[in-house]
Every structure is written in C-alpha cells, then in structure tokens.
Design a protein around this ligand. Sequence first.
Ligand SMILES: NC(=O)c1ccc[n+]([C@@H]2O[C@H](COP(=O)([O-])OP(=O)(O)OC[C@H]3O[C@@H](n4cnc5c(N)ncnc54)[C@H](OP(=O)(O)O)[C@@H]3O)[C@@H](O)[C@H]2O)c1
Length: 258
Amino acid sequence: MNTTLITGASSGIGEAFARKLAAQGRNVLVVARSEDKLITLCNELGRMNSIRAQHIALDLSLPESPALLFEETRKRGLLVDLLINNAGFGAFGDFTKIDLQRQLNMIDLNIKALVELSYRFLAPMRERKQGAIINVASTAAFQPVPFMNTYAATKAFVLSFSEALWEENRTFGVTVMGLCPGVTETNFFEAAHGSKPPARSSQTPEEVVDTAMSGLAHRQSSIVSGWTNFFMVEAERFVPRSVVVRMAGRMMRAQYEK
Ligand SMILES: NC(=O)c1ccc[n+]([C@@H]2O[C@H](COP(=O)([O-])OP(=O)(O)OC[C@H]3O[C@@H](n4cnc5c(N)ncnc54)[C@H](OP(=O)(O)O)[C@@H]3O)[C@@H](O)[C@H]2O)c1
C-alpha cells in the first residue's frame, strides 16, 4: 500500500503535512513520541478522508529506532513513496549552559535518524525508479547562529546532505529536497526553551507545507519558505560571513538576555 511517512507529525509542520497529504487522498504513517496525539490525529484523518492513517510511537533519537521503523513498514506491507524527515528540535542558550546530553540527542534526532531513514528508504525508491524525500532543514542552515549553535549546525548538515542526494538520485527518478522554513508558528520555540524571535515574516505550518509541495512538484533540490526569508538568505551571500555571524549574534544575544 503506497504511503507517506511523516516523522514529527504530532504537532506543527509535521501535523500540517499529514493533514494536507491525507486531504489529497494519500495514506499516511505518522511517527512521534506522543502516542495519544498520533492516535487522535489518525482517527480524525481516517474519518475525514477515505485514506488509511496509521501511527507508530517512537523516540527517533534512540539508536535502534530508524531500523525498527523501517522493519515495521515492511511488516505492515507499506510501500513508502514519500518520506518526510521532519522530526527535530532546537536548544536556545549559551552552549556551555545547555545540558550536553540534550545537545547530543539533538544531533541524534536532527542528523543521525534523518540520515539512517534516508538511507533505508532510498534504496527501494531507486529500485522502483519512483519516490521522494523531503528533509526539513531551516533558514538557520545558511549561517551560523550564536545561542542556537548546535541546532543551526545540524540544519546546515541537513541542507548540504539533501542537495547532494538530490543530484545523486535525480537520474533514478527520485527527488530529495531540503525544505528551509523560517520562523513558523509551532511548539518549536517552547521546546527549544526560547522565545520566538521578532520576525515579520513568521509563517503558519500550512504555508510552509504549501511551499514544500510546490517545490517538490518542480523537483527542486531545496526551497526556502516565504519571500522575506528567501531574500534574507540570498542577501547574506553578498556579506562577509564574519559580519553575518555578528549580526545574528547581536539579535540572538538580545533574545537571550531578555
Ligand atoms: N518552527 C520553526 O520556526 C522552524 C523553523 C525552521 C525549521 N523548523 C523545523 O521544522 C521541524 C518541525 O518542527 P516544528 O516547528 O513543527 O516544531 P514542533 O511543533 O515542536 O514539532 C516537532 C515534532 O518533532 C517530534 N519529535 C521531537 N522529538 C522527537 C523524538 N525524539 N522522536 C520522534 N519525534 C520527535 C515532536 O513530537 P513528540 O514531542 O510527540 O515526539 C513533534 O511532532 C523541525 O525539524 C524543526 O527544526 C522549525
């Protein structure tokens, strides 16, 4: 059964992906840790659309989780033709003061799980010469972000990895796309223990999902969500990196010292 697998679908951008794709008639498999939220979501999606909505509750930062998830899709006879690696979190603050284990877990989720899921699900897509992967990066992928240092570095990895895979796989009929949202109205900032930066360009998760689906339809290697975010990212290319990091530092320090 053809299915879209969405990680981090219990809230925010992942949940918006699940709602959009289910409304388009796609079967969905949603993954996150909060099983109660996933069950409620699946019940609603199954009732409203004539699709199959299934869930698996997993902590994807654990080393065994990506392999377990892949095996479970096999056992259920699911053919994953769209993988959305969306689960991720950030941590806001002074690097030396954020719990080390929390930062290492972030790398495990934002990078390791995403790489392993891409690896496992890409091979069958290539065999079928059909399929797509959306990896959720961030506009933070384009520059270092003081006081969100590890997070921004994980997203730089995700963007670089996705664009390289796009080139490697496009001749196999498989698209890998890095999605770069800017500030989006979700639980992200609460989970990062930080306040939402003042951004006139703040978007809804639904707007981010619409941008992603349009980028995927055009088989883009990456896409920045929102015109203001796009121009910011493009403008940074013309400014020395040391200036960009200082400007980002000034803005983030003001947030940190609030
Ligand atoms: N919001 C923004 O401004 C923004 C901007 C750029 C990029 N992003 C990226 O967008 C993606 C989605 O975030 P969001 O903004 O939608 O925030 P969110 O509402 O906090 O959603 C994060 C999702 O990831 C899941 N998750 C967290 N830790 C997990 C774990 N260990 N195992 C499995 N699932 C886990 C959460 O579910 P459970 O807690 O139930 O596990 C939740 O479903 C993230 O990759 C984030 O970095 C967000």
